[in-house]
Design a protein around this ligand. Structure first.
Ligand SMILES: [Zn+2]
Length: 447
């Protein structure tokens, strides 16, 4: 490979390339290693994937909820100095199968130490009564925006907090960990950045920068110390329950877009909706089962169409690009509507996940100059597994899960990303799946 003034001008055999090189060309011997273009991964969670704030991880294959107790009990015993016992890894349908209320399983372990366990998907939290007490949640609490406080037949919280209802708990638990920011830093420097380098990834978008946990400052510290080995664009998290005016002014003050820095704080990450498996992604039609007995059963909105529109109006002129989590077809539709209403159409915004898209919306991505960002590395996006959620939404919609072919056919600008560590980081897994996942596959060149 011959490079002149930073541009590749020839590729060929050693002799071919040497013949075209000037006499004083610098020769770099790769010693049989490969050089390849840097990969841009536009949706992943490097800081969260690497941060070590959980005290325990449950067996993800467990089918009896009572069997979760021993690992949690052990964490309580082994961490007497931890203010909160925070862990990860339950399956929500395993908890739904419990013969008693989920809160009782945790209260049997402790009623004096707050316990919080994050679901495998991160879209719900399982807590004991002490955790609820510290968070100020009781039988009189209303569901927060974008969240559900599940209750038993007597109207008492049953220990499962869906989507945004659980986020408050996690914020409390993490704030109680004295070295949580150092944990984030250590994980980023010692684990995440080397993993990115190993996988050929040179630019990333952090898809959920929790500014209330100072994630942006941790990234800044890594950049200031000269340890940032990727170009990083941070997607500041938009808190659904925050006052809009206050949040807009805080986010404005965090904007940075220095051409000489590897770190840019120039994106907003927000959730339009939740996820299919918890019946919280926003759908056009009702779910086939009703888990929550709410007035509507077509999913929930973290941030409604009108608020997305309002935030775009306020923050796009500053230079922020929007990165919007949309899984259900109603969520996709509403986010496109908000962009149509408020954006200047310069093509900087993207919808991510896009698992279900109304056929009438396929062409709107190119019309509105919006990027469709899809992840197809995870097993759950493979055709063999599409129909696992038929019991929730029927089989017809699951014939076109993550419809990358339909989107490309409608001239959408499509990106593939990893969503690490929800799915594998290695970008070639997603590229391979994109080519092979017929009928929603694309060509090798497109991938
Ligand atoms: Zn993600």
């Amino acid at each position: 490979m011959l490079i002149r003034n930073g541009i590749i001008i020839a590729i060929g055999t050693t002799t071919d390339v040497e013949n075209q090189a000037s006499e004083n060309a610098e020769i770099i011997d790769l010693e049989n290693k490969m050089v390849m273009p840097g990969i841009h991964d536009v949706h992943l969670h490097p800081l969260e994937a690497a941060s070590d704030n959980f005290l325990f991880v449950l067996n993800t294959e467990e089918t009896n909820p009572e069997n979760y107790a021993s690992d949690i009990e052990q964490a309580v015993t082994q961490n007497p100095n931890s203010e909160w016992i925070l862990g990860w890894g339950f399956d929500i349908y395993t908890l739904f199968d419990a013969t008693r209320e989920p809160i009782e399983i945790l209260d049997d372990i402790s009623t004096t130490k707050p316990i919080a366990v994050m679901e495998q998907t991160s879209h719900s939290i399982w807590v004991n009564s002490k955790a609820l007490e510290l968070a100020g949640i009781d039988e009189n609490s209303e569901n927060p925006i974008g969240g559900i406080i599940m209750k038993d037949d007597n109207g008492m919280p049953n220990g499962i907090l869906i989507d945004n209802a659980g986020n408050l708990i996690i914020d409390l638990a993490i704030a109680s960990i004295p070295n949580n920011e150092q944990n984030d830093y250590d994980g980023l420097v010692n684990f995440a950045l080397p993993e990115l380098a190993k996988n050929g990834i040179t630019s990333v978008c952090d898809a959920r920068t929790y500014w209330k946990r100072n994630h942006h400052q941790t990234w800044q510290r890594v950049e200031d110390e000269g340890k940032l080995t990727v170009r990083a664009n941070l997607g500041l998290w938009l808190y659904p329950t925050e006052n809009d005016a206050t949040q807009i002014s805080t986010i404005q003050s965090l904007y940075s877009n220095d051409a000489n820095s590897f770190l840019k704080i120039n994106q907003i990450k927000l959730y339009a909706d939740g996820i299919i498996i918890n019946t919280t992604s926003a759908m056009e039609d009702d779910y086939l089962i009703d888990l929550f007995n709410l007035p509507t059963n077509n999913g929930l909105n973290y941030v409604s169409q009108s608020r997305i529109s309002q935030y775009i109006s306020a923050l796009e002129p500053i230079g922020f690009d929007f990165h919007i989590h949309t899984i259900g077809n109603r969520g996709v539709n509403e986010a496109l509507n908000a962009i149509e209403q408020s954006s200047n159409g310069n093509g900087r915004h993207r919808l991510t996940h896009v698992e279900y898209v109304l056929p009438s919306d396929y062409s709107r991505f190119s019309q509105l100059n919006v990027t469709a960002d899809a992840q197809v590395a995870g097993d759950f996006t493979q055709p063999a597994n599409w129909h696992e959620t038929d019991f929730l939404i029927g089989s017809a919609l699951n014939n076109a899960n993550v419809p990358i072919k339909n989107l490309v056919d409608a001239n959408a600008r499509l990106t593939l990303s990893s969503d690490w560590d929800v799915s594998e980081l290695n970008p070639f897994i997603g590229m391979q799946n994109a080519v092979t996942r017929a009928p929603q596959n694309i060509s090798l060149n497109e991938a």
